[in-house]
Design a protein around this ligand. Structure first.
Ligand SMILES: Cc1ncc(COP(=O)(O)O)c(C=O)c1O
Length: 904
């Protein structure tokens, strides 16, 4: 009987690279078993297994250049000749080449001979790559020629390549629309697609491939176009916007070239009329994406002999390399760090504050890669990026609608700008001592109340965190569409500090602010949408608040402005140095704001920005453009693996659980009903339905590991992992820790984590095995961690002294006034939490008014802000809090309050 090969597509949802490698390693093992089998029946059985596996792999191999048809045919021949040893040798050779990607640089890997040495030019090395190193990619050709001619065509293309090309590439040829889509999804090495007219549609795709294709197509939607070549080009761009597309047309060439909607196409050629030009175009397209204007120039700068008579003695490193005492600094960091430092903005280095040269070019390239109209580099983290955007767009007295649990930079931005924050609470997840996101119903409700109170004009901006620290991903398209229906010029700031990588996942991209902004514009231009609005608008204008709340609202295409900003901590999810951040802009009215934006940049940007951070932003952009798709899919795949392994593991799952979709997103906010990432419902089509429909989606890469049932609070567990097992993680909550996979993680990291969790479970088992005392202690500790949780206090309101009106239910307030009031020592008093005066004042007044921010870690959001009325639930929460770190509060002094006589 043949061993069953499971349909692993659900298992390897995000990375077919993993699937392919696993299949090859499986095949290798079966080849070994074949060689080792010691009777003819067993040998035949093993041989058939190898045949079966080989056929299974063939379906994937046609989308990859290596091992390619030639080696696969030899492989099959050897099996057919019952050459078990020869088959094993070839399988071993291919496997090893795939595992370390040496086929990219080692011509011998493409040869069937068994005794060729490894050239090993490109083995992994943290040292600099050799001067001869040339990045590798694959060119996908969608052809209308008979498949019998493909091998020759591939060879013809290879013959065009030259030693002085900046990159090495290998061609792959497919003949159908379906195979083209599958190839770009399954093969991340594809960077350029050349499409000939006249390719076929494949009605006979295998069930497995058809299944995969349907899943991917659910991301593309139906884009039927009368011209199949253009339809394919559009679909490919939707899946992977970074791809270069070349058309090799035999008709309509002039019309295509002149079509402004086809501006995304790199070049249109008349068939294969000019092969060398096509080759050069392939190389040039990738070279343009590879270019890092600032970094390239910095490298050149570092090589020049330059005398410096400005500040920054470390520039050029002479005082370091000649020092008697700090030479180790030079040895540790290496010469380039110092040679590439300067406080000058001349010499081609450009100025971050007024970029006109290579920083400007680098920013333009970043804008294009991240789908924005403009991009601005920030070298002081997203904390500063947020303040820049808010200062540029908010003035004193404006109202900013804001998630109370947002990062503290937003609260401080409100203090700086004098805007009135209108805090809206996210839905609570009290069981885990954390919040989710702010529901669309709450956002609409807040806007509608402002409208009723005649204050809608003052509502300038909405600030939301996407995704939240714990992975709640908003539906920015839906949120913006419905909020713009109420306030057509509302500006949105999406704090995507954690989510910058999402642009490179075809799935998650749809939940990014920049993608949503582009979609909003498409809707506003779309005649169908305009028609629907025209039909609904009379009814919509007459809606009661309740109907506004419960009906899906449409934007007015005449008055709506799309004004969207996104901040992204590039350093959090991509290869930028710490503090490297970007502001992405997609704003119809940016021209009016540009002056204020520049002022805000001047206000917050250091006049000595770090050159290396700027360079790393440039480099991170290059990397994401060229390999972001691969890296992000892999990181996501690893997250899925961790989720499944932990939650299904017989030992680990007794004490630990990674919180699943249903744990973190209440059902009414999951229209698709997706509940889990670890059961069989997690495949592309359900995920893509959830991405489109659900109010909230869970970022699969953010893994909340509940550790309360193991008797650990988040902080303890974090310390245990770091101290004993060298595992560092993200944040903690009372009974959980947050793990995160990113583009840096490997399968070995996952194995390490799982091994450690098993070890910890064993230790717990052992400690309670024969000791009832210990078992009892564990039980009561677990109860306190998972059951006795203080309720999360919602935002109360600002004291009337800090409000602009006396209307009932007014939440927004002048945080800046309250903040500065606390500078007056005489206006402040301290009350200890244990002091009974607190209870008396809660009961009889005068109200307790916070003088400052109080932010416990965890959970990390402000329990109190300056000017806020302190209520009984807040005091209860504080009294029950058992965390060590509370910013803005010390046990010895107590709560800092504004004295009643100073708040009227
Ligand atoms: C949601 C959010 N926004 C902004 C920031 C600040 O980012 P940075 O560390 O790049 O200053 C953080 C930091 O953790 C954050 O979580």
């Amino acid at each position: 009987m043949l061993t069953n090969i499971p349909d692993q597509s659900a298992e390897y949802l995000f990375s077919t690279r993993h699937e392919r490698l696993d299949l090859w390693c499986d095949l290798l093992q079966r080849c070994r078993d074949w060689v080792a089998a010691n009777c003819s029946d067993a040998k035949e059985q093993k041989r058939r297994e190898v045949v079966h596996m080989g056929q299974h792999l063939q379906t994937l191999e046609r989308y990859h250049a290596y091992p390619g048809q030639r080696l696969m045919t030899i492989f099959e021949q050897r099996i057919g000749e019952h050459d078990d040893v020869g088959t094993l040798r070839l399988a071993r050779r291919i496997c090893s080449s795939l595992l370390d990607s040496s086929y990219r640089h080692d011509a011998n890997d493409w040869e069937p001979a068994d005794d060729l040495p490894d050239a090993s030019a490109a083995r992994y090395s943290i040292n600099q790559p050799s001067a001869q190193f040339r990045p590798y990619f694959e060119l996908l050709i969608v052809s209308s020629d008979a498949s019998g001619t493909w091998a020759q065509k591939q060879q013809d293309i290879r013959n065009l390549r030259r030693h002085d090309d900046a990159f090495v590439y290998q061609p792959i040829i497919v003949g159908t629309y379906e195979d083209a889509l599958l190839a770009v999804m399954l093969n991340p090495d594809v960077q350029v697609v050349a499409i000939h007219d006249g390719f076929q549609r494949d009605a006979n795709l295998s069930a497995r491939l058809r299944g995969m294709l349907d899943q991917y197509q659910s991301l593309v939607g139906s884009q039927a176009h009368e011209d199949p070549t253009l339809e394919l080009a559009v679909a490919l761009k939707q899946l992977r916007p970074e791809l270069d597309i070349i058309l090799l047309r035999d008709r309509n060439i002039e019309r295509t070239a002149g079509n402004p909607q086809m501006a995304f196409i790199n070049r249109v050629f008349y068939e294969f009329e000019e092969p060398m030009e096509v080759h050069l175009c392939v190389i040039e397209g990738v070279a343009n994406r590879y270019r890092t204007p600032f970094f390239d120039n910095l490298k050149r700068y570092a090589q020049r002999p330059i005398g410096t008579f400005h500040a920054l003695p470390i520039a050029r490193g002479k005082s370091i390399f000649k020092s008697n005492w700090i030479r180790d600094m030079g040895a540790f960091y290496g010469a380039n760090l110092f040679l590439a430092e300067s406080s000058a903005t001349t010499g081609g280095l450009d100025s971050l504050l007024e970029p006109t040269g290579n920083i400007r070019q680098a920013q333009l390239m970043a804008a294009s890669t991240f789908g924005a109209q403009q991009a601005f580099f920030v070298t002081n983290g997203t904390s500063t990026a947020n303040k820049i955007v808010e200062q540029a767009l908010l003035a004193p007295g404006d109202i900013v609608l804001i998630d109370r649990n947002c990062h503290k930079s937003h609260h401080y931005a409100a203090v700086l700008t004098g805007a009135y924050p209108l805090y809206i609470d996210a839905y609570p997840l009290s069981e885990y001592s954390m919040y989710g996101g702010v529901t669309l119903a709450s956002l609409k409700q807040a806007l509608l109340k402002l409208k009723r109170d005649g204050k809608l004009e003052r509502a300038k901006m909405m600030v939301l965190t996407n995704c939240t620290f714990d992975g709640h991903v908003y539906n920015p398209l839906r949120v913006m569409e419905e909020c713009l229906a109420i306030k057509p010029d509302l500006i949105f700031l999406w704090d995507e500090a954690w989510f910058g990588f999402a642009r490179f996942s075809p799935l998650l991209r749809q939940r990014t602010a920049m993608h949503a902004a582009a979609e909003l514009r498409k809707r506003l231009r779309n005649p169908g949408y305009r028609q629907r609005y025209a039909e609904q608008c009379t009814a919509q204008e007459a809606f009661t608040d309740d109907e506004m709340q419960h009906n899906r609202l449409l934007m007015n295409p005449e008055s709506t402005q799309v004004r969207v900003y996104q901040t992204s901590s590039v350093h959090k999810s991509m290869s930028a140095l710490r503090q490297g951040s970007m502001i992405l802009v997609s704003d119809d009215a940016f021209a009016q704001t540009e002056g204020a934006f520049r002022e805000a940049v001047f206000t917050h940007t250091s006049t000595s920005p770090n050159q290396q951070i700027i360079a790393s932003l440039d480099i991170a952009r290059r990397q994401m453009n060229l390999e972001g798709y691969d890296l992000v899919m892999r990181a996501t795949q690893l997250a899925f693996v961790i989720r499944k392994q932990v939650n299904n593991h017989p030992v680990i799952s007794r004490y630990f659980k990674i919180l699943d979709v249903a744990d973190l997103i209440p059902e009414p906010l999951r229209q698709s009903k997706i509940a889990s990432y670890v059961n069989d419902s997690a495949h592309w089509s359900t995920l893509s339905q959830a991405i489109t429909d659900d109010e909230f989606f869970l970022d699969p890469t953010r893994l909340t590991l509940s550790c309360g049932h193991a008797g650990f609070d988040g902080t303890q567990f974090k310390q245990l992992l770091a101290g004993r097992y060298n595992i560092q993680l993200n944040k903690t909550s009372r009974n959980s820790v947050l793990l995160q996979t990113n583009i840096n993680n490997t399968r070995s990291d996952v194995a390490h984590l799982l091994q450690v969790l098993v070890q910890i479970c064993r230790d717990i088992d052992q400690s309670i095995a024969d000791d009832e005392n210990q078992a009892q202690q564990l039980r009561s500790r677990v109860t306190s961690l998972v059951e006795d949780l203080p309720a999360l206090p919602d935002f109360s309101c600002f004291h009337p002294e800090f409000r602009s009106d006396a209307l009932e239910g007014t939440i927004e307030g002048d945080i800046r006034k309250a903040f500065y009031k606390a500078y007056d020592h005489e206006a402040c008093e301290y009350l200890k939490l244990s002091d009974s005066k607190i209870d008396q004042r809660l009961e009889n007044g005068p109200p307790l008014v916070s003088a400052n921010f109080v932010i416990p870690y965890p959970p990390g959001f402000p329990i109190m802000v300056p000017g806020q009325v302190v209520t009984a639930p807040i005091i209860d929460f504080m009294r029950n809090l058992d965390v060590q770190e509370i910013h803005g509060y010390t046990c010895a002094q107590g709560l800092k309050l504004l004295k009643p006589e100073h708040v009227g």
